[in-house]
Design a protein around this ligand. Structure first.
Ligand SMILES: *[C@@H]1O[C@H](CO)[C@@H](O)[C@H](O)[C@H]1NC(C)=O
Ligand SMILES: *[C@@H]1O[C@H](CO)[C@@H](O)[C@H](O)[C@H]1NC(C)=O
Ligand SMILES: *[C@@H]1O[C@H](CO)[C@@H](O)[C@H](O)[C@H]1NC(C)=O
Ligand SMILES: *[C@@H]1O[C@H](CO)[C@@H](O)[C@H](O)[C@H]1NC(C)=O
Ligand SMILES: *[C@@H]1O[C@H](CO)[C@@H](O)[C@H](O)[C@H]1NC(C)=O
Ligand SMILES: *[C@@H]1O[C@H](CO)[C@@H](O)[C@H](O)[C@H]1NC(C)=O
Ligand SMILES: *[C@@H]1O[C@H](CO)[C@@H](O)[C@H](O)[C@H]1NC(C)=O
Ligand SMILES: *[C@@H]1O[C@H](CO)[C@@H](O)[C@H](O)[C@H]1NC(C)=O
Ligand SMILES: *[C@@H]1O[C@H](CO)[C@@H](O)[C@H](O)[C@H]1NC(C)=O
Ligand SMILES: *[C@@H]1O[C@H](CO)[C@@H](O)[C@H](O)[C@H]1NC(C)=O
Ligand SMILES: *[C@@H]1O[C@H](CO)[C@@H](O)[C@H](O)[C@H]1NC(C)=O
Length: 539
């Protein structure tokens, strides 16, 4: 054996034998990174430790109860005028798999909390900053900044994933067995964009409530704000009235699925009449609606169409009213939500002085023709993802009060049309689940089961305690599909007695079914037990 070959074997052996822990330093990672990227810091986190960055204004909350891991932050130059960072958790007890998690709203920052919810499964876990530093409704960073729009639109996620995978295999000196993605809302859009544009990045993606049609979603947000305004007018419905409406929806719709249990299983089966809330003479007007307010509510619950009856965006489902007064402020206050206005000013028109009062349909046309940052995830030909063996699990809450559930149904149908035309059976690689009563990405109304592990973060908790199996945990369901070819027909979400502390026990479990099937009560047994429900085809 010649000397150089012996040397090569010795080096190879020493790499395999090296404790990965020893690689947890800037020098190691910088040797792996290309010249346009470098570390900003490397940290040892002990078992049960916490990690985060107070300067991360979008995600200031530390991940806690972490397994022992190496945390590294990397800065990547994406153009002459832009850069993004990403965070990577490399656990000592590694499952030989990689996962990337998504962001929320228009936030820029590393999503440490989401990373913390999946790293205990054993994944090398990544989150990208997306290339800017802001909270969710602040889009001022995008003004006249096409490079940062591209970073947010797709470039930062893909670039971070490529480098994150390289760092991971170098760190453990092993190849990755599988790569995954999990995200909701903007995180859902980021996952759909990856599936569409970079189909080889992931073997499996878990996507909730994707904000996939940015150009229409943001302008729909503007439109619903305008429909409800001006504040204080006879047609205006203040946030304080939505609990009243929501209770009435529940009163009229709860039994439409045959079971009185505070869960509306299928809002489309309910023939809701808001007129039941019409004020009687002399009635306290905080407890009823005027005819003008009823018309507003009806307009808010119709698909938005514009000039020449052109479809713009679907409407909220019955049941979503409960989340309207919540933190998203979807209808704005004395002006429409910044999700609409800031988007037009900074993202579409690059005109900070644009006045929402001049809004008209031409803005939608401009948005669609520019599609700045290539942000929309609207390429419905996902056959390359199918052909590489990818699997996609998609869910959306039926009581979502930020992104209408119908947006996901529309996306599902578009994929269906496109794949059918190619003779591909969508069911073989993509399954969609509606979650009755679930709100935007987490939480629920009427004590509906919603928690399925993955990135549905309960701080300091991972997976579904007591139910760490593929039937109850959507991420484990995805892994079983990718790795063992066990395709999920249903998943069983959980509602805890206390949603911040699963150790206080289960309140309810109930299956969600592969669209368009629906969970149906079998007619006997405790309605709160998953065994009392079965998936029934609707057509
Ligand atoms: C983990 O840390 C938390 C807070 O730092 C502490 O309350 C808890 O006892 C620790 N758990 C274990 C298993 O060490
Ligand atoms: C969050 O973690 C960082 C280390 O990453 C630490 O410096 C900071 O004190 C932690 N913050 C809290 C509130 O625990
Ligand atoms: C983000 O901007 C805020 C000011 O708005 C600053 O305090 C913070 O340090 C910045 N964070 C990062 C990661 O640059
Ligand atoms: C990342 O690198 C760019 C140069 O490409 C620099 O402008 C930026 O400040 C760096 N980011 C951080 C957080 O250090
Ligand atoms: C960084 O450089 C590598 C090659 O050195 C190149 O492939 C990659 O596209 C660059 N990344 C960015 C974000 O510019
Ligand atoms: C009207 O109803 C609201 C809400 O129930 C209550 O807070 C308020 O006191 C009532 N006003 C009058 C004049 O009764
Ligand atoms: C609406 O239809 C009319 C008549 O066909 C056409 O002239 C006009 O351009 C259309 N407007 C838009 C915005 O498409
Ligand atoms: C419609 O909006 C565009 C873009 O802001 C504007 O240029 C145009 O003047 C508006 N049209 C009307 C009739 O207000
Ligand atoms: C499928 O999607 C592609 C790319 O988005 C599009 O060009 C094509 O028209 C679609 N085909 C069908 C049948 O919808
Ligand atoms: C839920 O559990 C948390 C943590 O144990 C506790 O602080 C909170 O008070 C509980 N909430 C309710 C409604 O019991
Ligand atoms: C089911 O759970 C609900 C709480 O949402 C409770 O009110 C009801 O009593 C439970 N039903 C049974 C049969 O345990």
């Amino acid at each position: 054996m010649n000397l150089s070959r012996l040397l090569a074997i010795t080096i190879a052996l020493s790499t395999i034998n090296a404790h990965p822990h020893d690689n947890c330093n800037n020098e190691f990672f910088n040797r792996v990174l290309p010249s346009n990227a470098s570390t900003l810091g490397t940290y040892h986190v002990p078992a049960n430790g916490s990690f985060g960055q107070a300067a991360d204004i979008a995600y200031p909350i530390n991940a806690t109860n972490l397994p022992a891991l190496c945390a590294v932050i990397v800065n990547v130059t994406s153009s002459a005028t832009s850069s993004y960072t990403f965070g990577l958790f490399l656990p000592e007890d590694w499952n030989q798999r990689f996962i990337a998690v998504g962001n929320g709203g228009f936030s820029g920052g590393i999503n440490w909390l989401s990373m913390g919810s999946v790293v205990p499964y054993g994944f090398a876990t990544l989150s990208t900053s997306t290339g800017h530093n802001s909270t969710g409704q602040d889009m001022t960073w995008a003004l006249n900044n096409p490079e940062s729009k591209a970073d947010w639109g797709y470039r930062a996620m893909h670039g971070s994933v490529v480098l994150g995978k390289q760092l991971t295999s170098a760190y453990y000196s092993r190849k990755l067995c599988y790569s995954y993605y999990a995200g909701c809302s903007t995180g859902g859009k980021q996952g759909m964009k990856e599936v569409q544009k970079y189909p080889s990045d992931f073997d499996g993606v878990l996507i909730g409530a994707p904000a996939w049609w940015s150009t229409h979603q943001q302008l729909w947000q503007l439109t619903v704000g305008i429909i409800n305004l001006p504040e204080g007018s006879p047609s205006y419905i203040p946030y304080s009235m939505f609990p009243l409406i929501s209770n009435e929806v529940l009163r009229q719709c709860d039994a439409s699925d045959g079971v009185l249990d505070t869960i509306i299983m299928d809002p489309k089966k309910c023939n809701f009449r808001p007129q039941a809330l019409l004020c009687h003479p002399g009635q306290n007007t905080s407890t009823c609606l005027s005819p003008e307010q009823i018309k507003t509510w009806e307009a808010l619950h119709r698909p938005i169409a514009d000039i020449n009856n052109t479809f713009v965006y679907p409407n909220f489902e019955l049941g979503s009213d409960a989340q309207i007064p919540g933190s998203f402020g979807v209808y704005g206050t004395n002006a429409p939500s910044l999700y609409g206005t800031s988007y037009v000013q900074n993202y579409i028109l690059d005109d900070a002085s644009w006045d929402w009062k001049t809004y008209n349909y031409s803005v939608v046309e401009i948005a669609d023709s520019l599609n700045p940052g290539s942000t929309n995830a609207a390429d419905f030909d996902i056959s390359p993802f199918y052909e590489r063996g990818g699997k996609l699990l998609h869910y959306h809450g039926l009581a979502d009060g930020l992104i209408p559930t119908g947006a996901s149904e529309l996306l599902y149908n578009n994929y269906l049309y496109n794949m059918s035309a190619k003779g591909i059976n969508l069911d073989d690689f993509y399954r969609f689940f509606l979650v009755p009563g679930m709100q935007h990405c987490s939480g629920s109304v009427g004590n509906a089961p919603w928690y399925m592990g993955g990135v549905q973060t309960i701080r300091g908790v991972y997976g579904v305690p007591g139910f760490r199996d593929r039937e109850h945990d959507a991420l484990l369901a995805l892994m079983a599909w990718v790795e063992k070819d066990v395709a999920p027909e249903h998943i069983i979400p959980t509602k805890w007695n206390n949603d911040t502390d699963p150790s206080q026990g289960v309140l309810r479990q109930r299956p969600i079914c592969k669209f368009p099937a629906e969970a149906t009560y079998v007619g006997h047994g405790n309605v709160n037990a998953s065994s009392s429900w079965k998936c029934v085809a609707q057509v």
